[in-house]
Every structure is written in C-alpha cells, then in structure tokens.
Design a binder for this molecule. Structure first.
Ligand code: MG
Length: 404
C-alpha cells in the first residue's frame, strides 16, 4: 500500500486475572496512517516490564513514526542497531513488540494469516506439551495421566518444582533468605521419578524434563546419562548459557535428546550449538531474541542442521506471542513441539482470538495477521502489580546464590 506510515507506537501493560509479578504482559500496538489498520506484537519481559515499556515509548516511537510499516526487515535492522549497543532482553523484547506488530499489519494488508506469509502450513495443528508436577512420583504420574486423558501425547514432568525444592536442608547460621534447593537430592529424585513414570505409563507417552540449569556441569552430564534408559523426548536447559562447551561431553556420553535456548538473546549464543549439532531442539523465547524476523531465520538455519524447534511458551508470554509461536510452528518443516501454558478466562477476555487447544493440538484463529486482538479497556482493568521476584533468588543448601 503506497504512502502507508506508522502513526503511533504504544506499549500496553496488563496482568489479566488476579495480577501477579509473574504475569506482567507487555504488548506493543503499532498504529498506521490507515484508519483501523494496526498491529500487535508481544514484548513480554515480565521481570523488567516497565523497562521494556520505556524503550518502546521513549526511543522506538520517535524512531518509527512516519516510516513505512511494510518494510519489516529494514525496520528490524534499523531498530537493532539504533542504540549502537545491541541485543539484551530489554531491547530485544521492545524490538519484538514492534516486529511482530509489523508482521500482523502485513498479514492484515494481505488478508492472510501470518503462517501463509511464512510459506503456508506444513501441518494442520501444532502438537503441544504441558507441565505436570507433584511431590511424589505417583502424584506426578496422576497428573501426567490427566493430560493424557485430554489427548496430549507429550508431557513435561517435574517433582517439587524446578530443582525439586522439597528436601530437608541445614543452612549455616545466619543464612540469607531465598528459594533454597538441593542439587544432589534433585538429581537423585529425578532419576527415581522417570524410572517410575516409564514403568507405570509405558512407552506411548512422550516425557520431557526441565533441569532449569540447576546442576554443576559434570552433574548435568551424569543426569543426562542416567536418564537415557527412560527415552526422554528431550531434556531441557541441562546447562546454563555460560557453560555451553559442556554439551559436547554430554553428546559423547549418551543419546538423551537435548533442548536449549530459552535464555539466549544473541545469535552468537546458539550458533556453536547448532553448527556443532550439539542440541536437538532450539527453544528460544521468540520475543527475547527480537521477534519473528530473527526466529524464522533461526528455524531455517536449524533445519539445515537437523535440529527441530521447541519455542519457549510459558505463562508469561502474551496470547499475541503464543500466536506468533504457532504461526512459525505451522510453517516450519523442522517443527518439533510447542510448550503450552493455556489461557485463563481473564486472558481470553483481554485478548479476543486467543489460540485454542483441542485434543493435544493448538490452533490459531484464521483471521488475517497473527489473529489475536487486544481489548484495551479490559486490559486496563488488570494493571501490572509492582513487586520483587522471589523464585529467581535461588540458593543451594549452604546459602550460595546460584542460577534460578
Ligand atoms: Mg525451561
């Protein structure tokens, strides 16, 4: 469309439901010179929500007003380097909010869902996994069975939350407050859990597990090796981004499939893992790497190396972001699996057109663009609360602060 320009760029913050510091959603709305033509993009960085909003409001809006919103690639590159220092979760999420909104606008202009712009469907629905927890193996088993009864064929199983926070610990005198866990007890329990699940559930269900970077590198190697007999679909974030060189050692020891990447914010972090075929699934958080534009390129690079996608899809991604995941899943030949958190009634009220889960598969609305709208009046009824995050203040039994 000739003469189309960006008229306004606004961050919209909302925490649908009870309001939680763990669910502060940020959506960027890009409005155009064409009345009624706008796009929405996910910029959700729950832990630093107001910082992302500031970048959008104070820096991206003045940069973008008056420009042609149809030039997605050029605008992505322009925004990416505009601060000179680039990348990082705050700036990438702000960039993603604009980027996804531009894809949304592009789809609306074309009258097509975004997956059509990405090459069209490779499959009709997107297989998802959900998350089962419990304090004992039998409780986890019951929760896995509950999802299986709903038609899911993939379930991620944890016991006692990330790091298994349920062991008796004796911290030293004067130990500081924190989210304590015992890495050794966690690793032992995890082997016990999967032995039980495979024994009782058989081989039909695909089981996943998230280490959440809770182990020392050699313990991570040992856990991957000890879990090999239980045939996981994948083992997630077994090492922190700072220790990716250890992935080669895991590869030498076992065939447990590895998924990595939800903390990555820079292409240089995943390149060695992809080139070296050291992981099996890439699971970046799409808004944290800068949106659909870099994610579709990453998916294509992974395809060349035989690596499948498993984009991060937790509760602190807006329905707009989940829709972006699904459009890419639908159109990627090397799609692997999609994490699925589900949407509350409040989220569905704020975001009309939320993707839907039926029989273990997620479906996007077939509306043009990303297919999700935002009711700004409803969003305003659920303001984001302020507060300090507790779960990221992880400590081991002697009180040492560690990766969460
Ligand atoms: Mg994870």
């Amino acid at each position: 469309m000739p003469d189309l320009t960006v008229r306004d760029v606004r961050p919209i913050l909302t925490s649908p439901g009870a309001g939680s510091v763990q669910k502060r959603l940020i959506v960027v709305k890009v409005e155009t010179s064409e009345p009624e033509l706008y796009g929405l993009g996910c910029a959700t960085f729950t832990q630093r929500h107001s910082a992302v909003a500031t970048v959008v409001r104070d820096f991206l809006k003045p940069l973008l007003v008056g420009r042609d919103p149809q030039r997605i690639e050029d605008l992505w590159q322009t925004i990416h380097v505009n601060a000179y220092w680039r990348s990082g979760p705050v700036m990438n999420n702000a960039l993603s909010g604009v980027d996804m909104a531009l894809w949304d606008i592009k789809g609306k202009l074309a009258g097509l869902p975004v997956y059509q712009l990405l090459g069209g469907k490779c499959r009709e629905g997107v297989a998802v996994y959900r998350h089962a927890d419990g304090r004992e193996p039998t409780e986890v088993e019951d929760n896995v069975r509950r999802f299986m009864e709903q038609g899911l064929r993939h379930v991620r199983a944890q016991m006692g939350g990330y790091g298994g926070k349920m062991h008796a610990m004796t911290p030293p005198e004067g130990a500081l407050a924190g989210a304590y866990y015992d890495p050794d007890g966690y690793a032992r329990d995890t082997v016990r859990l999967f032995a039980h699940l495979r024994d009782t559930l058989g081989d039909e269900v695909e089981l996943l597990h998230d280490v959440h970077e809770r182990l020392a590198p050699i313990e991570a190697v040992r856990l991957a090796k000890r879990l090999e007999p239980f045939r996981l679909f994948f083992l997630e974030d077994v090492l922190p981004p700072e220790q990716i060189e250890w992935f080669g050692m895991i590869r030498q020891q076992c065939t447990t499939p590895l998924a990595m990447g939800e903390l990555f914010v820079n292409a240089k972090e995943y390149q060695p893992l992809v080139e070296g075929r050291l992981i099996d699934f890439i699971r970046c958080h799409i808004s944290a790497i800068g949106g659909l534009t870099p994610a579709r390129k990453l998916a294509a690079v992974c395809e060349a190396f035989g690596i499948r996608t498993a984009w991060h899809g937790p509760g602190d991604v807006s329905p707009v972001g989940h829709a972006a995941n699904l459009h890419l899943d639908l159109s990627s030949p090397n799609f692997g699996i999609q994490e699925w958190a589900g949407f509350s009634e409040a989220e569905q009220e704020v975001f009309p057109g939320c993707p839907e889960l039926r029989g273990g598969y997620a479906y996007v609305s077939e509306r043009p663009g990303l297919g999700v709208d935002l009711d700004e009046q409803a969003a305003a009824r659920y303001p984001c609360p302020e507060g300090v995050l507790e779960w990221t203040q992880a400590r081991t039994p002697d009180g040492t602060a560690v990766y969460p």
